[in-house]
Design a protein around this ligand. Structure first.
Ligand SMILES: [Zn+2]
Ligand SMILES: [Zn+2]
Length: 351
């Protein structure tokens, strides 16, 4: 019998359904992990539906994994049986290029190996993610979960959390800075928490009047309704840093005008062409910077967990029975979750 229970999409049109397969035998640097929780990311939906045309079916999504170590290979030094650990969006990289040597494995020059739908660098098999009861991962791609953190609500830190934390750190956001966070979903609400913990004055930009009280509850100092031209104009040249979490095409120009000279606008959600077109003058005339950022490297993924423990930060989550994963996807497509579903893997074991 196969050693791993999971949920998989078998084709682009099919719903997720029970699936079983064999995890590899642990290699000398591998950690075997029994999975307790797995967050549900929008990327999971894109892969299950083959929205990007690159899915290998069947696909077992899930890259916000929290579990306990059940066995270690003979070369493992950083973990022992019983440790609570996490696995995020990647499980391998070349480990020797300039990016990998800098602890920026997400930018590996040979391409990182995704936690799911990635190609294993040793045996060529396709990786299966965290909608499963166990996973086997090289210790370099495992992080330690501080004891203080609640494991279930820590799971989304491994993707939604690090995605927003990394650019705030890289661009040196500090106490007193004025930070705008665009979008109020899974990424945006984490961005608010981190920016506040770094001492910034935080403004949420949202299209929806209905989200104003929620944004304040999340700790935002101010809220701007982005569809209100008067409010946008009143915010001209007011911000040091803009964290843009919106995953669909949107007009960047009004936001660029909200930056001070030398201000920075970082995209973490958008992967498509910018439309409407960018007014380059808004960058040139004020030495503003427009950039992007992808998750974070392994040292920084450990750093964000330690930062969360230090500042009492977790993700707001709704616990999910894996039998309801398809309904959860439908709700996520409508933005109907505050702010992340996390699968309780006991429900898979019982299934
Ligand atoms: Zn993700
Ligand atoms: Zn590399």
């Amino acid at each position: 019998m196969a050693n791993t229970k999971a949920y998989a999409a078998k084709s682009a049109g099919s719903k997720l359904a029970p699936f079983s397969f064999d995890r590899r035998e642990p290699r000398p640097d591998d950690v075997s992990i029994e999975i307790d929780y797995c967050g549900v990311c929008h990327t999971d939906i894109h892969f299950a539906q083959n929205d990007w045309g690159m899915t290998e079916f069947p696909v077992v999504p899930g890259h916000e994994i929290i579990g306990r170590v059940t066995a270690i290979g003979r070369d493992v030094t950083r973990y022992k049986v019983g440790d609570t650990v996490g696995v995020g969006c990647m499980v391998d990289s070349c480990r020797s290029c300039s990016a990998c040597e800098s602890g920026l494995e997400q930018y590996c020059l040979e391409g990182m190996t995704g936690t799911y739908n990635g190609e294993d660098r040793h045996d060529g098999s396709i990786t299966y993610g965290g909608y499963s009861d166990n996973v086997v991962v090289s210790e370099r791609f495992v992080v330690k979960v501080p004891e203080k953190l609640d494991p279930a609500s820590t799971a989304p830190i491994l993707c939604a959390g690090i995605t927003t934390y990394s650019p705030l750190r890289h661009y040196g956001v500090k106490a007193g800075d004025k930070v705008g966070v665009i979008g109020m979903g899974g990424l945006g609400h984490m961005g608010v928490k981190f920016a506040k913990a770094l001492g910034a004055e935080v403004t949420i930009f949202t299209r929806s009047e209905a989200k104003v009280s929620e944004a304040k509850k999340q700790g935002a100092d101010h809220v701007i309704i982005s569809t209100d031209e008067n409010q946008m104009e009143a915010a001209a040249e007011a911000f040091d840093f803009m964290l843009d979490t919106v995953p669909v095409q949107h007009d960047l120009n009004p936001y660029l005008n909200c930056l001070k000279y030398d201000g920075t606008h970082i995209l973490v959600g958008l992967l498509e062409p910018v439309d409407p077109a960018l007014q380059a003058g808004a960058l040139v005339m004020k030495r503003r910077v427009l950039g992007g950022s992808l998750i974070g490297g392994m040292p920084e993924t450990q750093e964000v967990l330690d930062f969360c423990a230090e500042h009492d930060i977790t993700c707001d989550v709704e616990m999910l029975d894996i039998n309801n994963i398809n309904e959860a996807y439908e709700r996520m497509k409508k933005g109907d979750v505050k702010y992340r579903f996390v699968i309780d893997m006991k429900t898979l074991k019982a299934a």
